[in-house]
Design a protein around this ligand. Structure first.
Ligand SMILES: [Zn+2]
Length: 420
């Protein structure tokens, strides 16, 4: 199948920075970790996931196999399986590391793809079989479900298409048009760039179990997501924050699962300069969703599509190069395992069993950006910060300072991402 313009955009993004989502699965025993790894290898090497995943990896410009990522040193000997590069933590054999290509977009999110693989191997228990089964690969899938597919599906439904896209254009494109007055600060320059501590890519993990959904009297409720966005804004000094939305959960006119696909699209909210509280942040996120900003982004293939391959790549590089100055901070809910109910069928979504813990780490943004990923389970909320700095600046130093300012002792880890 031909390469879509939006896929060229993602492949150029991969050239600029690590675009994989990383999931750490911590098992109670080594035998359990072996079973998880085996299940994922089987799922990734079975058609059609194998074809979709292999195609995605071929479109990537750079193949990254980090030596250290988050709290672990990675042993890549398990190899790749479809959309996944699989690794063990060399320092802890109970941890399986799953790196998922953003280009795979096989109609499921990374979470759904992982849970599906584990369910097929019988690792999720009977609960999963009774739970929501809405998310599945479309029959005969060979390629990803891209924005172009969702755009086509909307048009086929009789949606007005162009006018919807224009109405949604302002929230979708504002950050690409207006540079920020104050860019994300890069921290003090470092002299020694060979030391791992001076790496330009780093991760910090923060425990946020004490965050509530805020039902104080006389205040509207704020989601846990809004609490994290507010904290990120306060910590980074940024007013414009990107929020990632799963299209399948929010676009009411798209037909069933499989058509919408794994479409995480980013919209932007602007917060007040001082004390960005969770409640007004929550209202701004809801306002962004009401405007259905993603419709403009769904038209991206049509917008970019009439260029030659060289001009298309140049155009994508120009957009990506501007991201660090115009939209450097993004927050995403990467894993939600706290018992949400499917809006489609009313049944509980699948979740991991108690003997497998999870932590998701977001992809990096091109220099110099900050991405924030949220992992929610029944017991814990963990926020992972990923910072990429310009050469000569230490991302670890920046994150260590920022996490200490934000978390006051709740930082679980702060360290570099290194490559061999
Ligand atoms: Zn369902």
């Amino acid at each position: 199948m031909p390469t879509r313009p939006s896929e060229v955009f993602l492949s150029r993004l991969n050239a600029a920075a690590d675009s994989d989502v990383t999931v750490l699965l911590r098992c109670t025993t080594v035998a359990r970790a072996d079973a998880v790894l085996e299940a994922l290898i089987r799922a990734g090497t079975t058609a059609p996931v194998r074809e979709v995943g292999n195609r995605a990896r071929r479109l990537e410009v750079v193949r990254r196999l980090p030596a250290v990522l988050g709290p672990h040193t990675l042993d890549h000997s398990p190899g790749s399986a479809g959309p996944w590069d699989l690794a063990r933590a060399s320092d802890d054999p109970t941890v399986v590391v799953v790196r998922w290509s953003h280009l795979a977009g096989d109609a499921r999110t990374c979470q759904e793809a992982v849970l599906d693989g584990l369910q097929h191997a019988g690792l999720l228990g009977a609960d999963a079989d009774r739970g929501c089964q809405c998310v599945r690969l479309p029959a005969g899938a060979q390629g990803p479900a891209s924005p172009a597919d969702a755009w086509g599906a909307l048009r086929a439904q009789g949606e007005s298409g162009v006018w919807d896209a224009l109405r949604a254009a302002l929230p979708a494109t504002t950050p690409l048009l207006r540079p920020l007055r104050t860019a994300l600060d890069t921290g003090a320059p470092t002299a020694n760039t060979t030391d791992a501590a001076q790496a330009t890519d780093a991760v910090a993990l923060i425990a946020m179990d004490d965050v509530t959904t805020g039902h104080a009297p006389h205040h509207p409720p704020a989601s846990r997501f809004a609490h994290v966005v507010s904290a990120v804004a306060a910590m980074s000094g940024q007013r414009r924050i990107g929020v990632t939305v799963d299209l399948r959960r929010h676009e009411p006119t798209l037909p069933g699962a499989g058509t919408a696909g794994n479409l995480s699209l980013v919209g932007w909210i602007v917060l007040p300069r001082r004390r960005p509280a969770p409640e007004p942040t929550h209202q701004r996120v809801q306002g962004l969703l009401r405007r259905r900003f993603w419709r403009q982004q769904l038209a991206v293939d049509a917008w970019l599509g009439d260029r030659s391959p060289e001009r298309l790549a140049d155009r994508c590089d120009l957009l990506i190069g501007g991201l660090a100055h115009r939209a450097p901070t993004t927050v995403t809910e990467l894993w939600r395992d706290d018992g949400p109910v499917c809006a489609g069928c009313g049944r509980a979504r699948r979740h991991l069993p108690p003997d497998i813990g999870v932590l998701a780490i977001p992809p990096a943004l091109p220099p110099a950006g900050l991405t924030v990923g949220i992992t929610r389970t029944a017991a814990h909320t963990t926020v992972s910060l990923r910072r990429v700095t310009l050469p000569g600046h230490s991302a670890t130093a920046w994150l260590t300072t920022a996490a200490a300012r934000w978390a006051r002792g709740r930082t679980l880890h702060a360290g570099p991402v290194t490559h061999p």
